[in-house]
Design a binder for this molecule. Structure first.
Ligand code: NAI
Length: 332
């Protein structure tokens, strides 16, 4: 079977790392018809927007996209392309697997958790106003529909991956109505999924527990803001953003992207570490049902990182993006 997938190379190191991911997917034996489309700061002059309509059309048609990081223009009036993509395609679940790899410096071993972040509401609904010249207000929106949907997603994911526990993160002791509703929805969903363990933890305690013993956690599900903060914190547990894949998933489309940014400081120099982009490719392959190829890619990455013989500068090695990619392909 040939899969139709939209490829958005993005800005900065985006084209380099997505090209690595594309080569690794092709070497894994999975057949893909790539629809390569342009988005990002670099195409504003060409299209008058960083997110041309043709990009959205391509994703709507193919339903799956692999995306490189894009530079968010500062102060030019454009909103984040990533936020726009999530909103326009209703990509309600943000997924970030957080895992330690031998060879990647980290204070912990054997961390293997997934953060499931609600992507559409909470304080990110963008409802803000000035009450007076000295007082600003942001409105936190939590709905039963979005909360139930994201917790159900977390339980489904836990089942698919044979995981044991879902932890709902909240601050319902203080925000009794908004986070209280999220927690009630989580408990209701948990009642229908008794085969998976369930617990809830208040976000501040969660931050401490994650740092003290990240191995205690499996699938974490939470509203938007806590997810934004804890997913970057969790990245710090396993060596930083450079090793984390990511996905934004909705009912009708999914956009897969590494967690790191466009790294303009090293763009075009062949120095970028493509690990996160390649792991993102593996995550995408799992989503489209190519489990065997995805596992093969993950094992090859693990081996190359552990070996340390052919790693990029950020890991103290001398390999270029291309050399690292070739090492992963050889290992497969
Ligand atoms: P960044 O992640 O691009 O870079 C931070 C540091 O990490 C830099 O020193 C960079 O060289 C290094 N780095 C990042 N990825 C690397 C890789 N794969 N290999 C080796 N080194 C790597 O974050 P920064 O500088 O805050 O953002 C740069 C631009 O990227 C901004 O315009 C930001 O808005 C955008 N961005 C886009 C994202 C996306 O499209 N998903 C996510 C995060 C940032």
């Amino acid at each position: 079977m040939t899969h139709n997938i939209t490829l958005i190379p993005g800005d900065g190191i985006g084209p380099e790392v997505t090209n690595s991911a594309k080569s690794v997917i092709e070497a894994s034996g999975v057949k893909v018809n790539w629809d390569i489309v342009e988005a990002g700061a670099a195409v504003i002059d060409k299209y008058g927007t960083p997110l041309p309509e043709s990009v959205l059309e391509s994703i709507k048609k193919n339903k799956v996209a692999l995306k490189g990081p894009v530079t968010t223009p500062v102060g030019s009036g454009f909103r984040s392309i990533n936020v726009a993509l999530r909103k326009k395609l209703n990509l309600y679940a943000n997924i970030r697997p957080v895992k330690t790899y031998k060879g990647v410096p980290s204070r912990y071993e054997d961390v293997n958790l997934i953060i499931v972040r609600e992507n559409t509401e909470d304080l990110y609904a963008g409802i803000e106003h000035m009450v007076s010249s000295d007082i600003a207000e942001s409105i936190k929106v939590i709905s039963k529909k979005a909360s139930t949907r994201i917790v159900e997603f977390a339980f489904d994911l836990a089942k698919k991956q044979n995981r044991e526990k879902v932890t709902a993160v909240h601050k319902a002791n203080i925000m009794k109505l908004s986070d209280g509703l999220f927690l009630k929805c989580a408990r209701d969903v948990a009642k229908n999924n008794k085969d998976i363990n369930f617990e809830d933890v208040i976000v501040d305690a969660m931050s401490m527990k994650l740092v003290l013993n990240p191995k205690d956690f499996d699938v974490l599900v939470m509203p938007n803001l806590y997810g934004d903060i804890l997913s970057d914190m969790a990245a710090g547990l396993v060596g930083g953003l450079g090793f984390l894949p990511g996905a934004n998933i909705g009912k009708d489309a999914a956009v897969f992207e590494p967690a790191h940014g466009s790294a303009p400081d090293i763009a075009g120099e062949g120095k970028a570490n493509p690990t996160a982009a390649i792991l993102t490719a593996a995550l995408m392959l799992k989503y489209i049902g190519e489990i065997e190829a995805a596992n093969k890619i993950e094992k090859a990455i693990e081996k190359v990182l552990e070996d340390k013989k052919c790693v990029t500068g950020d890991l103290g090695g001398k390999a270029s993006t291309l050399e690292f990619t070739e090492a992963v392909i050889r290992e497969m």
